[in-house]
Design a protein around this ligand. Structure first.
Ligand SMILES: Nc1ncnc2c1ncn2[C@@H]1O[C@H](COP(=O)(O)OP(=O)(O)OP(=O)(O)O)[C@@H](O)[C@H]1O
Length: 499
């Protein structure tokens, strides 16, 4: 590895209203390295990298890329010049095809007599996908019809196609399942040979394995950069949160437990070829985990349980009611956290307060005219915001301007606040930092103890093992295995029956 800097950031600051997202950050990226960025939700990681990749401008500071001043005007301009970014949320445009997404802003390349040669564009996209080792995605498919993982892979292929010198990967691993992760790691290794990678993750173990150096941000300040030989979990964690994390991470009890009453039942549920003939029962006070590879059908099963997709066969019953639509699910006191939070779980242009209150309008105290008073609404929203430590200027902040992890807290808070009896959580801890993860697990354990039922769909084997009474494994649309909670259960045992 050469130690030459390929990109430098000097004295960078960025403010949003009263929020100082970056405070005088100096950052150096060396050629040939994978440089990790870690820090609590809202510590400034995405702000720093989005400025590097041309998505927005800094208020103050300079950058240099390959020895020349660097001030890209847009992400496309940055990508053309050699700096690409995979964003934390969906980075594809839903209404157009995979091929059009891949050549967004570059369709001129396929222009013949003023028309776009779609066939050539499709071939170009297929080639780029194949070069990135990504299989099973049709260039002609509309991006919005693909699942979250497939859209992330399209984004990866799009960036890699430009053979950039620097690639920023913002909290992408948790959007991918085991198979997608292998593709990501392979591309990171290839990129390292060609240039450098900035790798954002909340998973300390992952970041310590993947990265050569690691920088910790806290409250917009660069706290410390660790060389590989200085990597030490406790020291990194202490730099991140300014204190040591204490207490239990997952549930403390090691045996399965639940109350006798079945509150959610799926009977022979089929959704196309994605979910095939699945039956399951969830009891009061039980956490049931669902694991599998990305195309196993686990995400669709979560949606089916919440009435969010039409069933081709079978029934879902929650607390004695048949569930065939989302409003029915909500009336049966169900809540659903989607993996794709930006499009399915949140209203990005509305405030935190409106988002959290939206599921609980019937519970909020009303004034004399029968209208919800803003005081009652504020009180209703305050509790989950505090419980989950949502980092925001106030509950009036627009959700679209929150950091990724804080958006996730808002979705979780919305369903907790309205007293959901049954929660369907699809990757609930995606993008949240370790401290908040611990708080979410504690909340889940408390909800279980209060007799609520939880279904947790997750790509993280450790959280499935750590939190669930039972874990069901799905493969090709069917539940193929069930594991009971046990301290002897190993990650390998579960993964082996997924593939
Ligand atoms: N467009 C914006 N308007 C207002 N505030 C913003 C905007 N973008 C970011 N912020 C604020 O800047 C701070 C830093 O956010 P940033 O997204 O950089 O954090 P992060 O470290 O990437 O967090 P996460 O791990 O949750 O993704 C947060 O307090 C966030 O709410």
């Amino acid at each position: 590895m050469t130690s030459e800097n390929v990109l430098t950031v000097t004295d960078m600051s960025k403010t949003f209203g009263v929020v100082r997202a970056l405070k005088g950050v100096d950052f150096q990226l060396r050629d040939g390295e994978v440089h990790g960025l870690i820090g609590e939700n809202g510590s400034g990681k995405s702000t720093l990298t989005s400025i590097i990749a041309g998505q927005q401008n800094a208020d103050r500071g300079q950058m240099a890329f390959q020895g020349a001043p660097w001030a890209p005007g847009s992400t496309n301009e940055a990508l053309e010049a050699g700096v690409g970014m995979i964003v934390q949320e969906s980075g594809t445009v839903p209404g157009i095809t995979v091929a059009e997404n891949m050549f967004l802003g570059a369709s001129r390349r396929f222009s013949r007599f003023g028309l776009v040669d779609r066939k050539a564009m499709g071939l170009g996209a297929a080639e780029a996908l194949a070069a990135a080792g990504i299989e099973g995605i049709e260039p002609s498919a509309v991006a919005g019809s693909l699942d979250f993982q497939a859209r992330k892979l399209v984004e990866l292929a799009r960036v890699m196609m430009h053979r950039p010198k620097v690639v920023v990967i913002d909290e992408t691993t948790t959007a991918l399942s085991q198979d997608g992760r292998q593709t990501l790691y392979r591309l990171v290794t290839e990129q390292k040979a060609r240039g450098a990678v900035v790798f954002i993750s909340h998973d300390l173990e992952e970041i310590m394995t993947v990265c050569d150096r690691l920088t910790v941000l806290r409250d917009g300040e660069l706290i410390r950069t660790f060389d590989k030989n200085e990597f030490d979990e406790d020291a990194i964690r202490a730099a991140m949160i300014g204190r040591n994390l204490e207490g239990q991470y997952y549930r403390e009890d090691t045996a399965p437990s639940a109350r006798p009453e079945v509150v959610l039942a799926a009977e022979r549920v089929t959704v196309g070829a994605k979910v095939v003939d699945v039956s399951l029962e969830v009891r009061s006070g039980e956490i049931v985990g669902i694991g599998g590879l990305s195309h196993s059908g686990m995400h669709e099963l979560g949606k089916a349980l919440f009435g969010a997709v039409r069933l081709d066969a079978g029934t879902v019953t929650a607390r004695g009611r048949r569930i065939t639509s989302e409003p029915q699910a909500v009336r049966a006191a169900m809540g659903y956290v989607s993996k794709d939070r930006d499009t399915e779980s949140l209203s990005l242009t509305a405030s935190i307060r409106d988002n959290i209150a939206s599921a609980g309008l019937r519970l909020i105290g009303r004034g004399r005219a029968g209208l919800i008073t803003s005081r009652a609404e504020r009180r209703y929203v305050q509790r989950p915001m505090e419980q989950l430590a949502v980092k925001a200027t106030s509950s009036a902040q627009v959700v679209g301007t929150l950091s990724g992890g804080n958006k996730q807290k808002v979705v979780f808070g919305k369903w907790i606040a309205c007293g959901s009896e049954i929660l369907i959580l699809d990757c609930p801890t995606r993008g949240v930092d370790v401290g908040v993860k611990q708080a979410m697990y504690q909340l889940m354990a408390d909800l279980k103890n209060e007799g609520k039922a939880i279904v947790m769909v997750s790509e993280e084997m450790t959280e499935l093992m750590g939190m669930c009474d039972r874990v069901l494994i799905m493969k090709e649309g069917r539940v193929t295995r069930e594991f009971e909670r046990s301290p002897e259960l190993t990650e390998m045992e579960i993964i082996q029956c997924m593939i």
